[in-house]
Design a protein around this ligand. Structure first.
Ligand SMILES: NC(=O)c1ccc[n+]([C@@H]2O[C@H](COP(=O)([O-])OP(=O)(O)OC[C@H]3O[C@@H](n4cnc5c(N)ncnc54)[C@H](O)[C@@H]3O)[C@@H](O)[C@H]2O)c1
Length: 316
């Protein structure tokens, strides 16, 4: 199979390419990435995959380039996005362009060439759950995005659905919870905490730190995408989570303990406007229909992640 991966020089996309090309040794990947501040071309083990991997620097809103690449592919996996909620509050236009118009451009090319399409989406499209409830998001939960990032992703998901319904496009969507692991930009909670703690600098934590996120190790997410690509049903959405709800403050404290640092490094700062308080996913559908389940346990995966970043901080 020749897969067109978009955004493959970012966090999850690079982990996906490394996972896929290591496991599917006959396959080829073209990585279309704009190489924004969040990207690093060296995240993909390109030396290791010589002859099977090509990086194309470009924008998914460039319809000529996209059509040319899609024409030559068996399948598209769209990771490309502006991904940081805080940035979406300051510069929403870039989020609408990359996340919404970019997905539209890819869908148009997929429709014209009749190419299988998979959209990487997020649990943030569903909005926020009450902090003290047992309620979980599932595939029937209605969309209720609360910030420009989640709204741009929600709009893109709806476009994908419309292309299945209107044009019969063979497309699927996966909505995953919060990822962590190697190659994540230092603006995100877990790498930010590790980097700042390593320098004994204050770690800003929004509000009271009691917000809940549902954490999954990135390799488990990559294996879920593999299941959906190979066995997912046209037009279906699959919610992905390791059933691992954690309060932000507890995640930061776990990292500080792993690094033998004092909790006094935590600095509570003014909360993000409209901050969602809790995300939590019920992954029963992907578990029962596609036989996926996570391999990693949270505390072990967190320890692997801390060691990974410390290695690069010591010898970048
Ligand atoms: N990180 C998470 O916890 C998480 C959870 C669920 C879903 N997602 C989704 O997974 C996808 C990847 O997220 P990530 O955390 O790896 O993001 P990231 O910010 O680390 O990487 C995004 C990549 O997309 C590229 N990109 C951005 N705009 C582009 C454009 N217009 N054209 C081409 N390339 C462009 C960037 O250069 C970068 O390499 C996103 O769609 C995100 O919404 C992320």
């Amino acid at each position: 199979m020749k897969i067109l991966v978009t955004g493959g020089a970012g966090f999850i996309g690079s982990n996906f390419i490394n996972y896929w090309l290591s496991k599917h040794v006959e396959d080829n990947v073209i990585n279309l990435d704009k190489l924004t501040y969040a990207a690093n071309p060296n995240y993909v083990w390109h030396e290791h995959f010589k002859g099977r991997y090509t990086l194309v620097q470009g924008d998914i809103t460039d319809s000529n380039l996209v059509e040319q690449l899609v024409n030559d592919s068996d399948c598209i996996v769209n990771f490309a996005a502006e991904s940081h909620v805080d940035n979406s509050i300051g510069m929403p236009g870039q989020f609408i362009s990359s996340n919404y118009v970019g997905t539209f451009t890819l869908l148009e090319a997929a429709r014209k060439s009749d190419v299988r399409f998979h959209q990487i989406s997020t649990d943030e499209v569903f909005g926020s759950l009450p902090i003290d409830s047992a309620e979980l998001f599932n595939e029937n939960t209605s969309y209720h995005p609360n910030n420009p990032y989640s709204a741009s992703k929600a709009g893109a998901d709806l476009l994908v659905r419309s292309y299945v319904n209107t044009y019969g496009l063979n497309a699927t969507i996966s909505n995953c919870s919060n990822n962590f692991g190697p190659n994540q930009h230092a603006e995100k909670l877990i790498p930010k905490t590790i980097v700042l703690a390593s320098k004994n600098q204050k770690i800003p934590l929004y509000g009271n730190g009691l917000q809940i996120r549902d954490w999954i190790y990135v390799e488990d997410h990559c294996r879920a995408i593999e299941k959906v690509l190979l066995n997912g049903k046209k037009g279906e959405s699959y919610l992905v989570s390791a059933r691992n709800e954690q309060r932000n403050i507890d995640v930061v404290k776990m990292i500080l303990s792993l690094m033998n640092k004092d909790y006094s490094l935590i600095d509570f700062v003014k909360d993000r406007p409209g901050h969602d308080v809790r995300y939590a996913i019920d992954p029963t559908k992907i578990e029962t229909e596609l036989g996926w389940k996570p391999k990693y346990n949270f505390s072990n995966a967190l320890e692997i992640t801390v060691k990974h970043y410390m290695h690069f901080l010591i010898s970048p």
